[in-house]
Ligand binder design. Structure first.
Ligand SMILES: [Zn+2]
Ligand SMILES: [Zn+2]
Ligand SMILES: [Zn+2]
Length: 353
């Protein structure tokens, strides 16, 4: 009887999260391509002209003398001709605190009110201008808007964490097809970030080094490296949970988006455009989610913000759901090799446009 060679189990850099890298059957990127029918809906509530269909904007960028003017919608007015626009979500998961709310009687289990904000940020007036195909100038506005919203929201007493994330395409949870990012604030640290924080704090206490800075030094040289510019580096993480997952880190030690300089904003726009453009061309516009991990207070010595990108190409089934251990059928080394080529092609294409 033949015995198969065992697969490798890998632990995340910091989290106690395990992945089985199950690459017995070599999978090519084309095995994952699923063409989705793309149609613009007859009526998009997020497209220009339909501003009255959403709540008043908490932030709009308007073109102004070659620059940008920042406004809010006030007194029933809805600004038109915006570059980016951010509104409260009509169906929020988290809501601002209110005075008169009756306390629910506890049942002996732990509960906390879902106090916070839930916003939708329209990334472009163009319905389809997602980061994989966007103009870098437009992505610069998007990142500046992330920074402005983070800055306003993180000052509120009941906000502990500002989560900025994107669901691309219906299969990844986007219920509206207009390009948008969501922002949710939570009153406590969500589990993944709390665990990253705790682990990186332990490393820092021991070695006085940032755990993430150490990871970057290693991944820059290795077989999981994908792309870099002066300020950012992209690589497939050692224990990737998702096929073709990659992370983008600032090279400079920074704990949140509020630390970015003007040129760093522009270079992050380039990083998003190049890396997501490479993903887009490699897997023919796959569904994906991305999320920033950032901490806005008290952890700046040892926390290092980053963006995690999770292509949605596999389905979590019984084993993953019941155990919290994952099976990934594409090794991060293979993913990185394919992404590296696709991203560098994307980069030369961008330069010749
Ligand atoms: Zn639209
Ligand atoms: Zn660092
Ligand atoms: Zn993270």
């Amino acid at each position: 009887m033949m015995h198969a060679q065992p697969n490798e189990m890998r632990r995340d850099y910091l989290l106690n999260r395990w992945v089985v890298i199950a690459t017995k059957r070599k999978r090519r990127p084309t095995d994952f391509v699923k063409k989705a029918e793309k149609r613009k809906p007859d009526m998009c509530p997020l497209c220009p002209g339909n501003e009255h269909m959403t709540p008043p904007a908490v932030l709009v960028y308007l073109p102004s003398k070659g620059g940008v003017k920042k406004e809010k919608d006030l007194n029933g007015l809805r600004h038109k001709n915006w570059l980016v626009r951010c509104v409260p979500n009509l169906y929020p998961a988290f809501t601002p605190p209110q005075e008169k709310i009756r306390e629910r009687i506890a049942e002996g289990f732990i509960a906390e009110k879902a106090v916070g904000h839930h916003e939708v940020l329209m990334e472009s007036p163009r319905h389809d201008e997602h980061p994989g195909v966007a103009r870098v100038s437009q992505l610069t506005h998007v990142i500046n808007a992330y920074i402005d919203r983070t800055n306003e929201l993180c000052r509120k007493k009941y906000v502990k964490y500002v989560s900025i994330f994107r669901n691309h395409r219906l299969e990844a949870g986007a219920s509206l097809s207009h390009v948008h990012t969501q922002i949710i604030t939570t009153p406590s640290f969500p589990r993944t970030v709390r665990e990253e924080l705790k682990a990186s704090k332990d490393v820092w206490r021991k070695d006085e080094e940032c755990a993430f800075c150490e990871i970057l030094v290693k991944e820059k040289e290795g077989s999981r490296f994908i792309w870099e510019n002066r300020d950012y580096i992209a690589f497939a993480p050692w224990a990737s949970v998702h096929p073709f997952e990659f992370w983008i880190f600032p090279k400079e030690h920074q704990c949140c988006l509020l630390d970015l300089s003007k040129t760093q904003v522009k270079r992050l726009a380039e990083a998003l455009r190049t890396c997501l453009g490479g993903l887009n061309s490699l897997l023919e516009d796959p569904p994906y989610n991305f999320g920033f991990h950032q901490v806005t207070s008290n952890a700046c010595d040892y926390y290092h913000w980053h963006l995690e990108v999770y292509p949605k190409l596999a389905i979590w089934a019984g084993f993953e759901k019941s155990t919290g251990t994952f099976i990934n059928v594409v090794s991060p080394e293979d993913a990185a090799e394919n992404l590296r080529k696709a991203v560098s092609k994307e980069e030369s294409r961008m330069l010749t446009v």
